[in-house]
Design a protein around this ligand. Structure first.
Ligand code: FES
Length: 99
C-alpha cells in the first residue's frame, strides 16, 4: 500500500492508504490537518508542496493549474483535494494552520 508522509511545520506524520485514494481526505480522516475549505479545487486552501514522489500522484489537473498557476505547479505545488495517491509520496503543508 502507498505510504504518505505529510510534513506540517516541524512535525511529520505518515500513513498508509489504498492506491487511488484522495490525499486530502485520507490525511484528514487520520487527523492530519491539511487546511481545506471547498474540496473542489476552487479555494486553494489545501495547497501542498510535493517533496518526493510527484510521479506517484495523479496528473496535475486543469483546476490546479487554474488555481495555482503554472509557476507554482512547476515548483511542486498541488491541491490536496485534487490529488490522488498511487505510490509512496512525501508532501508538506507550506502554510499550516495552528489549531
Ligand atoms: S479545499 Fe479548496 S481547493 Fe482544495
Amino acid at each position: 500500500m502507498p505510504q504518505v508522509a505529510v510534513k506540517i511545520g516541524p512535525q511529520e506524520k505518515s500513513f498508509e492508504c489504498q492506491e487511488g485514494e484522495n490525499l486530502l481526505y485520507e490525511a484528514i480522516s487520520r487527523s492530519i490537518m491539511i487546511p481545506f475549505n471547498c474540496t473542489s479545487g476552487r479555494c486553494g486552501s489545501c495547497r501542498i508542496r510535493v517533496l518526493e514522489g510527484a510521479e506517484k500522484l495523479s496528473e496535475v489537473g486543469d483546476r490546479e493549474i487554474l488555481r495555482l498557476g503554472e509557476e507554482q505547479v512547476e515548483k511542486g505545488f498541488r491541491l490536496g483535494c485534487q490529488t490522488y495517491v498511487y505510490g509512496d509520496v512525501r508532501v508538506e503543508v507550506p502554510q499550516p494552520r495552528l489549531y
